[in-house]
Design a protein around this ligand. Structure first.
Ligand code: LMR
Length: 394
């Protein structure tokens, strides 16, 4: 039976971490997968998470199944973080999902099953897995322009022109709420307002990927795109993740929120979302959602969480500046100062696939083939070696 199965190519992001782990070079640097590292190069468990886990250890009374849509208090807090008070809970259907990827797959299955024949429009470039997730669910994938020719900033005119002219009414447009993955290039608040207008005029459904809330400008500030869209559009999907901002990567904590025009439509949509969940993974894992709910139910732990997110955000911004400065000291071929206006974990370095290969083969430095660098993986210790190597391959 199995002799017909062909070997699949390694995943373009997680496959690199597998290769990194096998690399025997003690000076190796992994700037591929989007995982935060502290100044000592570790991915820490947040202090608020540890404290919440201590509480859970004492108070948790069961490991029984959660409901198909997850923990009620978790969903309530998710609503607050994403929408504030802008939309009443009665118009929003939320399912807790295994990570942001789980949320995207649930969205994809809902789109494929209920909104046919909608296609989805992805920015070019976008997170490598977007294409795969929607294709796997049977949703047609198209792309809209995003970056300028130099790949250093947004080509907003081209993006808007594509959204105005290419999708059909009823198509879905995937937007990154903040910290665009892989480029770090985000629209401004004014640009969001124009995007929202086009989405409304053209009758498109926004699906907003919100995997980095708090890593751009701040926890509330990073919701600007969603809040602006909501002023104009009365329907939306949002895929949230707490992998990065709670450091809960392996606990797989996320959620899909569906904003409907009215409570009746939200109720019907929730019933379909639950069918999608039930036939995929039955119901979500408890622990990560319970941690988030415990933190956000406690004013003290919430304050600590805000501080820890700010610490991570500020460290990434500092690394970004240091990388730019150190590259400037080493060479004059390429000015990296465009990285300073980008936000979040990632930057599009402009390194070409040959340079990316050379960094890996000669220097044991791992970055994604597109030239995406995880700035959050830079530390004071690895930066000089990284900059020497980048200068050499340039
Ligand atoms: C990334 O883009 O590196 C992260 O979102 C992790 C992943 O699953 O790819």
């Amino acid at each position: 039976m199995f002799e017909t199965i062909q070997t699949a190519p390694p995943d373009s992001i997680l496959g690199l971490t597998e290769a990194f782990q096998k690399d025997a070079n003690p000076a190796k640097i992994n700037l591929s997968v989007g995982v935060y590292k502290d100044p000592s190069g570790q991915t820490p468990v947040l202090r608020c998470v540890k404290q919440a886990e201590e509480t859970l250890l004492k108070t948790e009374t069961t490991k029984g199944y959660l409901g198909i849509d997850g923990l009620p208090e978790y969903r309530q807090h998710l609503h607050g973080l994403v929408f504030g008070e802008q939309v009443p809970a009665s118009r929003v259907a939320i399912v807790q999902t295994p990570g942001g990827t789980g949320a995207l797959r649930v969205a994809a299955d809902l789109i494929a099953g209920q909104l046919k024949p909608a296609q989805i429009w992805l920015s070019n470039p976008t997170w490598a897995n977007h294409n795969a997730i929607f294709t796997a669910a049977g949703v047609g994938v198209q792309s809209y322009a995003y970056l300028n020719a130099e790949k250093t900033g947004l080509d907003f005119d081209a993006m808007l022109e594509d959204l105005k002219t290419k999708p059909r009414t009823g198509d879905v447009v995937l937007l990154h709420a903040c910290c665009h993955n892989p480029t770090g290039v985000d629209p401004t608040a004014e640009q969001w307002a124009q995007i929202a207008e086009v989405v409304r005029e053209r009758g498109l459904l926004p699906l907003v990927d919100f995997a980095y809330q708090g890593f751009g400008q701040g926890i509330t500030e990073d919701a600007v795109g969603i809040r602006t869209l909501l002023q104009t559009c009365d329907e939306m999907l949002v895929a949230s993740s707490f992998s990065k901002n709670f450091g809960l990567y392996s606990e797989r904590v996320g959620g899909l929120s569906l904003v409907a025009k009215n409570p009746a439509e939200a109720t019907a949509a929730l019933s379909q979302l639950k069918r999608v969940v039930r036939t995929n993974y039955s119901n979500p894992p408890r622990h990560g959602g319970a941690i988030v709910a415990t933190v956000l139910s406690s004013p003290e732990l919430t304050t600590l969480w805000h501080e820890e997110v700010a610490e991570m955000r500020n460290r990434i911004a500092a690394m970004r500046s240091q990388f730019v400065a150190q590259m400037h000291q080493r060479q004059s071929k390429r000015d990296f100062s465009f990285l300073l206006s980008q936000s979040g974990m990632f930057s599009f370095s402009g390194l070409n696939p040959m340079q990316v290969d050379q960094l890996r083969n000669e220097y044991a430095i791992y970055i994604v083939g597109s030239g995406r660098i995880n700035v959050a993986g830079m530390t004071d210790e690895n930066l000089p070696r990284l900059c020497d190597a980048v200068a050499a391959v340039l």
